[in-house]
Design a binder for this molecule. Sequence first.
Ligand SMILES: [Mn+2]
Length: 227
Amino acid sequence: MIYVVSDLHGCYEKYQNLLKTVSLGDVDTLYVLGDVIDRGDGGIEILFDMRSRPNVRPLIGNHESLALGAMKRILRDSLDERAVSKTKAGVLWRMSDGEPTIQAFCALTRDRQQAIVDYIESFGIYEELTVNSRKFHLSHTLPSYDPAIPIHDVTFLEFLFGEVDYTKVYASDTLFVTGHTPTGLIDPASAGRIWRGNHHIAIDCGAVFGHPLGCLCLDTLEEIYIE
Ligand SMILES: [Mn+2]
């Protein structure tokens, strides 16, 4: 089976609980659509676990993209937690709720820090796949809708910081699976649940804000919730 989850934001226990609940095995694949780190405190731990599993396929989120600059600075200049907070990259990271990840990253050995940087640099931007003759497009977010610009022509940054227009059908032959926007912000009635509409499936249920972690099975379109 192929599963998709997003916006783990350091929720290590919910992540582990999800692996157990779906009994993720060697024949299964789990796509993680970015924002693994920040806000919660288990982000680095989740990254090491994901890295050890060849069937976990990571895509990048805006939090990883922003952290990467600061992580490289920490490595290059052997900065500690206090020194990194005086750099622009460190200030930006802290402002985006990076504090728990900064602490965990600075506590690692240089080899382990390098392993995290290398791992994040291997993350994809988007993935297109067909499962049971349904076409899916997976990414952390999407650029705002513009029928004049084909989806493959948009820039890397728009896949990280764009705001999906969930009122628009981006392509009628494809289901667009995205995280980034907690579903309660799309429709307050959908808080904590996966939201579907207009060929979109929004899966960030807001796990780090006390809602369940939502996971979508692409084979069956079944929704799995981890409290
Ligand atoms: Mn995001």
